[in-house]
Design a protein around this ligand. Structure first.
Ligand code: ATP
Length: 455
């Protein structure tokens, strides 16, 4: 069985070449662990986030949406434990001036050449580990004094806990129910990033599911399965995903049980999403520090309790990276090498490319008309008439476009076009009038990664 051809370098190169994702502040030489998303990257990212909202909100009745502020009252972070405890153990090397996370020392390359691991050569002079807070600090107002210090949120979750009471009132929900949020979080990470795997600013898709305390374990198990299914339904190969329960010494300060969903990235198995049982830690803490009652009162039973919280917390960038790595493939068509993203059609940035065979004989006019009709129908369509048809197919394959529609001589005679499938490479003639419906049908059809057959 051939090995998966994907490497991190190939994915990074494709993302740069096709403008999916590239280094931020590039004209100034870049800035640590920070990336910008270009056109196809934005479309792909939006599709990932859209699929998450669909699973959280559109397909269920027990979760509501929220968009809370990035800068919250500073006492938020005192209550949540982030001010005191959101730290990484940091080690400096006095010889090469590099910084390492103490818990990542075994896989951290040293700053000198030939590259060794930190602490591996006799010249390495490592300091003792010291705790380093990951929150970015800034201040409100013109005078920087102790009272003006605020923080960029390191997770979206706390905004959800602060608004728990409002949602109970306005959304008329009772446990079990969830509050979902997507937004940027910020962490002053010191470990090298591995492309978008670990960045200073990143988007999170987090949902806090509030449950009666006695049901917490059962809901934790439910969300572990539900979130694993989300990834596999969107085409991630099941043998590239696993659930890894945290050891007792790995658990966050708020968690009584956490399992990570790990993906087998080209750099090895790494966390894609964490699913924690946060218990009543956060609501109790915010109630204590704010003086507000954060509990649920069941009018029917007269029962009053602080709900426990199950939290599936996923990274948008890490999901995008997992989908890209899982989709990346190389093959040959007619002796010509091809790079292709075998993305789930629901995630593909462009759904259909409309290509006139020739740039004359009326082909472009008909193709433009089809392109406009598909766009009006809500399909992300791209028109391309530049270069040979083979070259244009390959351009689309490389960005993962599942369908190519070609207008040729026969189109002008009988108003049919060929539809080429990215994965099977089959070409079928379809009437222009039936094209929109047929593409919709294919986009909705169940899809399985073609890479499953080759390992
Ligand atoms: P790690 O151990 O890799 O630092 P974490 O356990 O601290 O991650 P969580 O606090 O559980 O991460 O955050 C939930 C999710 O947010 C992670 O599973 C990941 O997908 C994403 N995430 C966290 N930190 C980053 C980051 N610096 N860059 C990109 N995504 C991140």
């Amino acid at each position: 069985m051939p090995d998966d051809v994907v490497t991190m370098d190939k994915v990074v190169a494709l993302c740069k070449r096709r403008g999916f994702i590239f280094a931020a502040s590039d004209i100034y030489g870049g800035i640590a662990n920070t990336y910008d998303y270009g056109h196809y990257g934005v479309l792909l990212k939006n599709n990932v986030v859209g699929a998450w909202w669909k699973a959280m909100i559109q397909e269920r009745d027990d979760i509501v949406a929220l968009d809370s502020a990035i800068i919250q009252h500073p006492r938020t972070w005192e209550a949540s434990g982030h001010l005191a405890g959101f730290t990484d153990p940091l080690i400096d090397c006095k010889t090469c001036q590099q910084r390492f996370r103490a818990d990542h020392l075994a896989e951290s390359p040293c700053g000198r050449k030939p590259s060794k691991l930190a602490g591996e050569t006799p010249e390495c002079e490592l300091t003792e580990a010291r705790e380093f807070n990951l929150m970015f600090e800034t201040s409100i107002g013109p005078v920087k004094d102790a009272g003006s210090t605020v923080y960029l949120r390191p997770e979206t979750a706390q905004g959800i806990f602060l608004d728990f009471k409002h949602v109970l009132q306005f959304a008329r929900r009772k446990p079990p129910f969830g509050i979902a949020q997507v937004g940027k979080s910020f962490r002053n990470e010191i470990t090298p990033g591995n492309f978008i795997f670990r960045t200073l600013e990143f988007e999170q898709m987090e949902m806090e599911f509030f449950v009666p305390p006695a049901e917490a374990q059962q809901w934790h198990e439910y969300w572990l399965k539900t979130r694993m299914d989300w990834y596999t339904d969107l085409g991630i190969r099941p043998d590239h995903l696993m659930l890894r329960p945290h050891e007792a010494d790995e658990l966050s300060h708020y968690s009584s049980a956490t399992s990570d969903i790990e993906y087998r990235y080209p750099i090895g198995w790494q966390e894609l999403e964490g699913i924690a049982n946060r218990g009543d830690f956060d609501l109790i803490q915010h109630a204590r520090v704010s003086g507000e009652k954060l509990e649920f009162f069941d009018q029917q039973s007269g029962e009053r309790y602080v709900p426990h919280v199950i939290e599936p917390a996923a990274g948008v960038g890490r999901s995008v990276l997992a989908f890209l790595c899982d989709a990346y493939d190389e093959d040959e068509i007619g002796g010509e090498p091809r790079t292709v993203l075998k993305l789930h059609p629901a995630l593909a940035p462009v759904k259909v490319a409309v290509l006139p065979l020739l740039r004359k004989d009326g082909h472009p006019e008909v193709a433009r008309e089809i392109h406009a009709t598909l766009k009006r129908a809500g399909l992300q369509s791209e028109y391309d008439e530049g270069g040979s048809i083979g070259k244009r197919y390959r351009r689309q394959d490389e960005i993962g476009t599942p369908f190519g529609v070609t207008v040729d001589h026969q189109t002008l005679e009988d108003r049919t076009v060929t539809v080429r499938d990215r994965d099977t490479l089959t070409q079928e003639r379809i009437a222009i009038d039936a094209l929109g419906d047929e593409l919709e049908r294919r986009l909705r059809a169940e899809w399985r990664s073609p890479k499953l057959a080759t390992g």
